[in-house]
Design a protein around this ligand. Structure first.
Ligand SMILES: [Zn+2]
Length: 330
């Protein structure tokens, strides 16, 4: 849906973030204390709230246009939802990538939505800034793909049941006032043969709802899902571009990119802080293929694996670069 019709006006090259920011030591310490019974859940919650407040303050200070809550309260992006939804049980540890392990959820019954999962965090974040705050959810296809299923007959049945659950959360966010909602589908670029299921499930989530929708997809086999992925019914694709040195542009060269694009212009997998010149170069290259009015700017992916200092430096580099470019393109 058109942003202006939702009452939101953004500058040229709106700057945002994919979702997660690094957790400060205070949270890591509070989590350990909570696990050993030294502090209550409420005390842990207060520490998470304080960390969220600081990240919102930082985004306000440097001039981010569309703010995120930073996900201080989340561990894994699928487990966070699965642990809170009826129909799931938490399984044993499995390896996701590198040396990261997570507890893979298991669907053991009918999945359903009982109460909002993210709305109070969205409301809290929005109360701390005048800028719009994105609602942030994990998409039904990715929740299905990253879980075991012992209940539904097929992957499609599982994804479509989860789509109804995610839709309820989207409706709750909209009722609370959210106008920009991101539904992450990082699994989409891995099982490329199931693109039509990603489209069908996202349609079940977003159809006829009044919000501007984005989806974040991490880098993968884009040559296989492009341009078909443009059928995913969202307004904006938030894509990891710089990690592959803008190689996605070869796809855009063959078939124009028709939606809004949140272009990742700093790599989240490296400690190195990109220079102003590098970021300018990446944005200029992308701007040759995507009309300026359709272009948002952000980091490649969530910044949670970087240190707090690195994440802040990368975000500052983006904002400073965009401020310069706006003068030129206006
Ligand atoms: Zn990503």
């Amino acid at each position: 849906m058109n942003l202006e019709s939702l009452g939101i006006k953004l500058p040229l090259f709106p700057v945002s973030s994919v979702g997660s920011f690094p957790k400060p030591l205070s949270i890591k310490k509070a989590r350990a204390q909570f696990c050993s019974g030294e502090i209550s859940e409420n005390e842990l919650f207060e520490v998470e709230k304080e960390a969220t407040r600081k990240w919102i303050e930082f985004q306000n200070d440097i001039g981010i246009d569309v703010v995120v809550d930073g996900e201080m309260y989340r561990g894994d992006m699928v487990a966070y939802f699965a642990e809170r939804l009826p129909g799931f049980e938490v399984g044993g540890f499995v390896r996701s990538y590198g040396n990261r392990y997570y507890r893979k959820p298991i669907v053991t019954g009918k999945v359903s939505w009982e109460k909002p999962l993210t709305v109070s965090w969205w409301e809290y974040a929005q109360s701390l800034t005048k800028k719009p705050v994105k609602g942030m959810l994990t998409g039904p296809y990715t929740i299905m793909d990253w879980s075991f299923n012992e209940y539904y007959n097929s992957r499609r049945d599982t994804a479509l049941a989860l789509a109804q659950v995610v839709r309820r959360e989207v409706e709750a966010l909209i009722a609370a006032g959210a106008r920009i909602i991101q539904i992450d589908e990082p699994a989409c670029s891995v099982r490329t043969d199931e693109l039509s299921l990603v489209v069908e499930a996202m349609d079940a989530v977003t159809r006829d709802l009044s919000a501007y929708f984005l989806t974040h997809i991490c880098y993968g086999d884009f040559e296989k899902i492009y341009p078909g992925m443009l059928d995913i019914p969202v307004d904006n694709f938030d894509l990891e571009m710089s990690n592959s040195d803008n190689s996605l542009l070869t796809c855009f060269k063959k078939q124009p990119f028709t939606k809004d694009l949140s272009a990742g212009v700093v790599d989240v997998h490296t400690h190195r802080i990109e220079s102003h010149e590098e970021v300018v170069k990446r944005i200029r290259e992308i701007a040759e293929f995507v009309p300026l009015k359709q272009l948002w700017i952000d980091p490649d992916c969530g910044l949670k694996t970087r240190s707090v200092k690195e994440a802040k430096q990368k975000l500052r580099t983006i904002v400073d670069t965009v401020k310069e470019l706006r003068k030129e393109f206006h």
